[in-house]
Design a protein around this ligand. Structure first.
Ligand code: DX5
Ligand code: ZN
Length: 225
């Protein structure tokens, strides 16, 4: 995975048909997705439950781009090896998920993956000040995590601060929650380069009508061009 700051669209398969993940992943990639965003929820750190390592491992052969796994779970450390084994390219943990995010990021890199750190809306940019050389991606949540389809919370001031803190380091700024053609320009202008989008990509489409996924992604790209 080479680093660049071009805008990348990472559809969240949280909004896909849960009975048809393989075909959904192939459809969004065929329609132009840059990465595939996989939301892992434990019904404990967040009030919703999705899937775990065996499911993520089953997704892997379908993902030809980048498998971007967002853990909304606590604890994280006991599961790091399982997600490496499942084939995650990027593994993101929440800073709020435990007292030892520094150790967690080291362990994720140690297991051969890119390490991401996610920040809930209430967590300030400064919380990652001492993690910048340990991380490959900072995920700025623009909703409280747990569900797709929520209203965008404006975090542009935080994104701007992070962009400045990152400087020349090869660290992505990813935005997760409520990204659509209206909100994407705000976050890209502030310094984001990875746009996670669930409902805005999947709405109106299906594996039998995947052109809609392509149209939805083109609408997001056009909004930031
Ligand atoms: C929220 C998840 C998101 C979610 C985004 O907890 O982390 O990735 O699927 O969904 P939308 O784009 O619908 O807000
Ligand atoms: Zn996510």
């Amino acid at each position: 995975m080479s680093f660049d700051r071009s805008v990348k669209i990472a559809p969240s398969i949280l909004s896909a048909d849960f009975a048809n993940f393989g075909a959904e992943i192939r459809a969004i990639e065929a329609e132009g997705a840059d990465w595939v965003h996989v939301d892992v929820m434990d019904g404990h750190f967040v009030p919703n439950l999705t899937f775990g390592p065996p499911a993520v491992k089953a997704f892997r052969p379908h993902v030809k781009t980048v498998m971007d796994v967002h853990l909304m779970i606590t604890p994280v450390d006991p599961y790091i090896d399982a997600y490496a084994e499942a084939g995650a390219d990027i593994l993101t943990a929440h800073i709020e998920a435990g007292p030892h995010i520094h150790r967690t990021l080291q362990a994720i890199r140690g297991a051969g993956m890119k390490a991401g750190v996610a920040l809930n809306p209430g967590t300030p940019a400064e919380a990652v000040a001492h993690l910048l050389d340990l991380t490959d991606l900072i995920c700025v949540m623009t909703v409280n995590p747990g569900f797709g389809g929520q209203k965008f919370i404006d975090m542009t001031a935080k994104i701007r601060t992070l962009r400045q803190m990152i400087g020349d380091r090869p660290v992505h700024i990813e935005i997760d929650g409520g990204v659509d053609p209206k909100t994407a320009p705000l976050v890209v202008e502030a310094g984001a380069d990875v746009l996670v989008a669930g409902s805005a990509v999947f709405k109106g489409g299906s594996v039998d009508n995947p052109g809609v996924y392509g149209d939805n992604m083109r609408a997001i790209r056009a909004s930031v061009a």
